[in-house]
Design a protein. Structure first.
Lengths: 122, 424
């Protein structure tokens, strides 16, 4: 049975409220959104993903943590597990921007990378 | 130590960084950025979440990545920096008095100054929260610094008051770090922050948002033990019988930001009581000649991308002023807030400069309209100079619009311009 669900697109800061006609996971029509909104709706029904940002421990750095994020949008259901995993990661300073701190996180093929340089403490 | 500069910028957040880069690009010889922290980047350092850079780079970056891009650019373009340094006073003659650990008391002079001090969070005192005064009441930004930079968790069980962006982002962040966020309370009948943050920070993590509800009491002596929540009517009066005591150990406040202008006031810079920032013209010069302002010090923006853009405009203006290229304020006309507009920035616009570059307007509406709206810029006779359609207008989300150089002719006989937002 086709049904219509309201969906708020989070792709850009506009936050459009879209009407999504779909049958199960299959999207039939998207109203009040742009092309990116349509892609979002398809993804949201079939395989919802989000960018995840967090921190990991650094030894000998200017700060005790370095901020990290997922190189690509990460499967939503696995986010709590990822958060748990990142608590175990520790890297030595200096860290450079885009440095991989956790490779192939939870077997998703997605790397977790540093979002800034973290120099050694002086 | 050098004491005289073409352009000195107070603050190295996104507004200051962009102003510094633009000042160098527009011919300023020596440009100095003064920062009170031990590193550049301002508040972006603690904003580790994604969502920055979508407007300027069409890329989804975390705050620190966005900052590093501009920090490197500033260094490459030869901007000098003075770190760990606190500015104490600025004079209308553009003298700057500051202190730091290595040099002690410093006196500097600049041909032009860019104020880029950003904004500050409203605190418990400013919203007059009743109850005892235990530990465990923080502004959301303070908690953000603890969690993201310093590595401390400020509590285990949280209530967040206010649905501003930082509050919602912290609700998600604390949940990821293993804390429990019991509730987000919002006194207004609508969201204060961006809708996308409601979805990806609250809905995604099953965090409850209650609107038209606030904190009426804080319990606990040494540490917060609980808060009392209550519903309010349109006039924010508590509705009897709606109280609920919610056990928690920490209360975060995300109840608004105020442009930080203590230094500006001493320099004789006049402030708009609505934005709490300086009155500025289209290149962000204040009423004091040679003193410019960039970013959240002018008014609180939604997106860092717009702060960067404003910083570029201010930095260019500051460089031109420093070189005394042209100073001709005669063509300035006021830009006014009309129907359903709370404020518009800039406050003034130079009709002549419109020939060279577009002027970006940023405005907030007074009341929400959840239907298609038309934003218009009109002259004193109500003739439309520029228009733009939007799917809706919400007080929590800034509307932006450009007055383009092709309106140059139409603007020439205007004595003032008014911005309106109306239902279509």
């Amino acid at each position: 049975m086709p049904q219509t669900s309201e969906m708020i697109c989070v792709t850009c800061p506009k936050g459009c409220v879209m009407q999504v006609k779909h049958e199960g996971e299959h999207v039939l029509e998207v109203l009040d959104g742009c092309k990116r909104g349509e892609d979002y709706a398809i993804c949201e029904l079939q395989d919802p993903r989000r960018m995840v940002a967090s921190t990991v421990r650094v030894t000998g750095g200017l700060h005790p943590l370095v901020p990290v994020y997922t190189r690509k949008a990460f499967p939503k259901p696995l986010i709590p597990q990822l958060a748990q995993k990142l608590r175990e990661v520790e890297v030595p300073a200096p860290v450079t921007i885009n440095q991989v701190v956790l490779q192939n996180a939870l077997g998703t093929g997605i790397d977790i990378i540093a979002s800034r340089d973290m120099p050694k403490s002086h | 130590m050098k004491t005289s500069y073409d352009v000195i910028i107070i603050g190295s957040g996104p507004g200051g960084l962009a102003a510094a880069i633009a000042a160098r690009e527009n011919g300023a010889e020596d440009v100095l950025m003064i920062e009170r922290d031990i590193e550049l980047g301002g508040i972006l350092v603690q904003c580790i979440h994604n969502g920055f850079g979508l407007e300027l780079f069409n890329e989804d970056m975390p705050g620190p990545t966005y900052a590093q891009h501009f920090i490197e650019k500033a260094r490459d373009s030869g901007v000098e920096t003075l770190m760990d340094t606190m500015v104490l006073e600025i004079t209308p003659e553009r003298m700057i008095y500051a202190i730091n650990k290595s040099s002690g008391y410093i006196t500097l002079s600049a041909r032009s100054i860019v104020l880029a001090m950003g904004c500050r969070e409203r605190t418990r005192a400013q919203i007059m929260l009743p109850g005892s005064r235990p530990a465990g009441v923080y502004t959301a930004g303070t908690a953000q610094r603890f969690v993201n930079v310093e590595g401390y968790m400020p509590g285990k069980k949280f209530i967040i008051l206010g649905s501003g962006d930082i509050g919602m982002i912290m609700a998600r962040r604390l949940t990821i770090e293993g804390a429990r966020v019991e509730r987000v309370l919002e006194i207004l009948p609508y969201l204060s922050g961006l809708t996308r943050n409601y979805v990806q920070c609250l809905l995604d993590y099953g965090i409850t948002l209650q609107k038209q509800r606030t904190v009426s009491r804080i319990y606990g002596n040494d540490r917060v033990e609980a808060i009392e929540a209550v519903s309010v009517d349109e006039k924010w009066n508590p509705i009897p019988g709606t109280q609920e005591v919610i056990p928690c150990d920490t209360l975060l406040l995300s109840v608004g930001l105020i442009p930080e202008n203590e230094l500006s006031k001493k320099a004789g810079v006049l402030l708009d009581p609505i934005t709490n920032g300086p009155y500025v013209d289209d290149r962000f010069m204040t009423n004091v000649p040679g003193i410019f302002a960039a970013g959240n010090v002018v008014h609180v923006y939604d997106l860092v991308d717009w702060v960067t853009e404003a910083g570029y405009v201010a930095g260019k203006g500051a460089a031109q002023f420093a070189q005394a290229e042209k100073v001709e304020p005669e063509a300035l006309i006021p830009l006014k807030a009309g129907d359903n507009i709370r404020y518009v920035v800039p406050h003034k616009l130079d009709k002549e400069r419109l020939a060279e570059a577009l002027v970006r307007l940023q405005m907030r509406v007074t009341t929400p309209i959840e239907e298609r709206v038309l934003v218009t810029v009109e002259n004193q006779r109500g003739e439309v100079i520029a228009r733009r359609g939007e799917p809706y207008a919400r007080p929590g989300e800034i509307l932006t619009m450009a007055i383009k150089p092709d309106t140059y002719q139409a603007v020439q006989d205007a004595s003032e311009l008014t911005v309106n937002v109306r239902q279509r």
